[in-house]
Design a protein around this ligand. Structure first.
Ligand code: NDP
Length: 325
């Protein structure tokens, strides 16, 4: 059996997404899910679950470990810890702290010559690659990243903390005006606030004052105050029916000049019905690449920038040249 043997650490939205994605990749087999919780309490689709405490027993049975824990509290510990003994792939997305995380994972990788493929997903991840391509191909230009329409976990949590709110979600929406301007090649100066609006759907407690809740949301510093925010009050029934998925997406646009009067615009767009399922699909392709890089003797912390596209595919180089070049 020459399938690539993969295991998952942490079974939340992303962990489940990785399990689903591997079903679409016949060259990869999922040997185990490891969880900090009691394995009997974790229900997967059809993968055996083991306690994370016993993970080192699987050192020689796993080619690549996909870390699916949260970026805030789990990965800063689990990344450096497991990169000592396994090739790992993760989706660490705390942009400001990526350099520090890279250093910590790299130190662990060096000990036993493992690969630590960090910050894989769509942002960071596929969007980062497209920002790099844009800059390299059109050095005289500007790069614009728009997010949405997408559910923002942080902003949804902030709504739910407002007095009188029973349930709430927030969608970040790219501003049409801003996108149109950028696509036209004029290269406007835009802040994050100019590029996005915020739309909230809220279910109120029976005794809540709608005007007060709306005002409290719209004036919340940092979260909503700087933005054009709309608040829609809906019933619990409508909330359960229409706001139970995790859509996301966005655009990376590079607008530049190849000579004084010649505009060139590059655009990469994602429209995702499920943010975790797409992020998981990216992680699985990079797990394949990580395995191929490890077989070639590479080691150390890596990012999407270090991976040649050919390594992501299950097809042979000659097949790719014939079919896709
Ligand atoms: P979850 O909160 O669903 O899961 C995180 C961890 O929490 C799991 O690994 C699991 O660990 C634990 N957990 C999950 N469900 C439960 C439960 N019912 N009770 C107790 N513990 C539970 O996070 P997501 O999977 O949605 O996201 C993970 C990370 O992915 C995010 O923090 C984000 O940083 C990153 N991400 C990156 C993207 C990118 O583009 N780079 C895009 C989207 C997300 P255990 O099994 O050990 O208990």
């Amino acid at each position: 059996n020459n399938q690539i043997k993969v295991a998952i650490v942490g079974y939340g939205n992303l962990g489940r997404g990785v399990e689903l994605s591997i079903l679409k990749n016949p060259d990869i087999s999922l040997v185990a899910v490891f969880s900090r919780r009691d394995p009997k309490s974790v229900t997967t689709i059809n993968t055996p679950v083991f306690s994370l405490d016993n993970i080192l027993d699987y050192k020689d049975k796993v080619d690549v470990l996909i870390l699916c824990g949260g970026s805030k509290d789990d990965l800063p510990i689990q990344g450096p810890l497991f990169a000592e003994h396994f090739n790992i792939v993760d989706s660490y997305d705390n942009h400001a702290k990526i350099p520090e995380y890279f250093e910590n994972v790299d130190k662990s990788c060096q000990k036993n010559k493992k690969i630590g493929m960090i910050s894989v997903g769509w942002d960071p991840g596929m969007f980062s690659i497209n920002r790099l391509y844009g800059e390299a191909l059109l050095p005289d230009g500007d790069t614009y990243t728009f997010w949405g329409k997408g559910l923002s976990q942080g902003h949804s949590d902030a709504i739910r903390r407002v007095n009188g709110v029973k349930a709430g979600v927030q969608y970040t929406i790219p501003s049409n005006d801003a996108i149109t301007k950028v696509r036209s090649g004029v290269r406007p100066t835009l802040s994050t606030k100019d590029k996005h609006t915020r739309e909230c759907f809220v279910v109120l407690n029976d005794d809540a004052d709608a005007k007060k809740v709306e005002n409290e949301i719209k004036t919340m510093p940092n979260y909503f105050e700087p933005y054009d925010t709309t608040v829609n009050f809906i019933s619990q029934e409508e909330f359960d029916k229409n706001h139970n998925t995790m859509p996301h997406g966005g655009f990376v646009i590079r607008s530049g000049k190849s000579s004084d009067s010649v505009n060139q615009v590059i655009e990469y767009a994602l429209k995702l019905d499920s943010n975790p399922e797409f992020t998981a699909s990216v992680l699985v392709a990079y797990a394949r690449a990580t395995h191929k890089m490890a077989l070639k003797g590479e080691f150390g912390a890596k990012t999407v920038f270090d991976v040649a596209p050919i390594l992501l595919s299950s097809k042979s180089p000659i097949q790719l040249v014939k079919e896709l070049l």
